[in-house]
Write a protein that binds this ligand. Structure first.
Ligand code: FES
Ligand code: FES
Length: 154
């Protein structure tokens, strides 16, 4: 069956034999959007996070059919190379990336936080990112990057 989605502001149709297929597979395999990563596939790590109608969701456990007609935004749709999102800029400026595997989820989760709280405290940032795992241990620089972005965006 064909499922129509709106991804990064554009209508797209994906083929899904199984409507329960994870949104992550459609994004990566059908649409070539490799910002969202496959980490655990079990909603445990946050690497696959995207926005659906402005909310951060884990695309590895979100059936593609459940987002038909909704607005999906991936890391690629957050900013552009010439006009990066303040978080994308801040993560570069703070050199917050080591292997990079978790960074999609960190940025997408933080972006959802900044949409509702433009000047979060350290504790609020920690709480928002608590479910996003980073095995490289760059948490201190990630915190600095989110603080920097919130100062820019505020
Ligand atoms: S891959 Fe989705 S939460 Fe880990
Ligand atoms: S930078 Fe490697 S997992 Fe976070």
């Amino acid at each position: 069956m064909k499922i129509t989605l709106n991804v990064n502001g554009r209508p797209v149709a994906v083929d899904a034999d199984d409507p329960q297929m994870p949104l992550l597979y459609a994004l990566r395999d059908d649409l070539g959007l490799h910002g969202p990563r496959f980490g655990c596939g079990l909603s445990q790590c946050g690497a696959c996070t995207v926005h659906v109608d402005g909310r951060a969701v884990r695309s590895c456990v979100t059936p593609v059919a459940s987002v038909a007609g909704k607005r999906v935004v991936t890391l690629e749709g957050l900013g552009t190379p010439s006009r990066p999102h303040p978080l994308q800029l801040a993560f570069i400026e703070e050199q917050a990336v080591q292997c990079g595997y978790c960074i999609n989820g960190m940025i997408m989760q933080a972006a959802a936080l900044l949409q509702t709280n433009k000047n979060p405290s350290d504790d609020e940032i920690k709480a928002a990112l608590a479910g996003n795992l980073c095995r490289c241990g760059t948490h201190i620089r990630i915190m600095r990057a989110v603080k920097r972005a919130s100062a820019t965006a505020a």
